[in-house]
Design a protein around this ligand. Structure first.
Ligand code: SF4
Length: 250
């Protein structure tokens, strides 16, 4: 059994997939999105946070078996509410081997994985094939802008999106709306064009910018300095519905 590193387990989540869910946050993320509100998920190792002058550990090792046992406690609740478990992060695919082991130990529980899909194809396939639904984050289609605002090339993400589309497996596309960064008509149209022929697409969710995104940065001695004006409301276009794609703003 392998061990993974997680930094939080939250119960009774209702925004991370269908029904009532338990959300597991896996530590480590290769991206650095300028709007990230979970910077404690970046470092793949456990680390110390400074909370109100007190030091607190963020992240701990746990075996696949132990985590699966912990999550199985609520199997009845998940079944009754149509819910399950959602794995997020950080970027859960960074620990694909561990995640796949946990998922294999939960055959009777609905499993969702939220991912940036910035991962090798092998890791992506391993997790995709085990998930009941993927929450696939799409940020920017233009490669230069993607690199500028997330620090990473979007080539691997778009290749994994092709794999997901070809598989026909169910997914929800999630797009954070960042004012002046990705809320342009061009980016929405490019996203819609990529998604319109995806047989497994359930809907697009446009996520409003989190105005308290910077709250956790001081705990890590980091400064939140977004390169966009966070005081303006992002534009919302009807692009998806115009192209026949179901879209919601949860
Ligand atoms: S992919 Fe998610 S966790 Fe990683 S930097 Fe971006 S917003 Fe933060």
């Amino acid at each position: 059994m392998s061990e993974g590193i997680i930094f939080s387990i939250e119960e009774f989540a209702v925004n991370d997939g269908p029904g009532i869910r338990t959300t597991v946050f896996l530590k480590g993320c290769p991206l650095r999105c300028a709007w990230c509100h979970n910077p404690e998920g970046w470092n793949p190792a456990p680390e110390t946070l400074l909370k109100k002058g007190r030091e607190e550990m963020c992240g701990y090792r746990i075996s696949a078996e132990e985590l699966a046992k912990r999550l199985s406690r609520d199997t009845d609740l998940f079944r009754d509410s149509g819910g399950g478990v959602t794995f997020t992060g950080g970027e859960p695919l960074l620990q694909a081997e561990f995640l796949a082991e946990v998922m294999d130990l939960l055959p009777d529980i609905n499993k969702a994985v939220e991912t940036s899909a910035y991962a090798p194809e092998e890791s992506f396939r391993k997790v995709m094939e085990r998930a009941d639904i993927l929450l696939f984050d799409i940020k920017l289609i233009d490669p230069d802008m993607h690199k500028r605002y997330t620090g990473a090339d979007n080539g691997p993400i778009l290749r994994n999106l092709d794999i997901l589309k070809a598989s026909g497996r169910p997914f929800i596309a999630r797009i954070p709306l960042i004012p002046g960064v990705n809320d342009s008509k061009e980016n929405m149209e490019a996203s819609a064009d990529l998604l319109r022929d995806a047989p497994g697409l359930k809907r697009v969710e446009l996520l409003r910018y989190n105005k308290i995104a910077g709250a956790k940065y001081p705990m890590l001695s980091l400064t939140y300095a977004p390169p966009f004006d966070e005081t303006i409301e992002p534009a919302i276009h009807d692009t998806f519905t115009e192209k026949g794609i179901k879209m919601i703003i949860p």
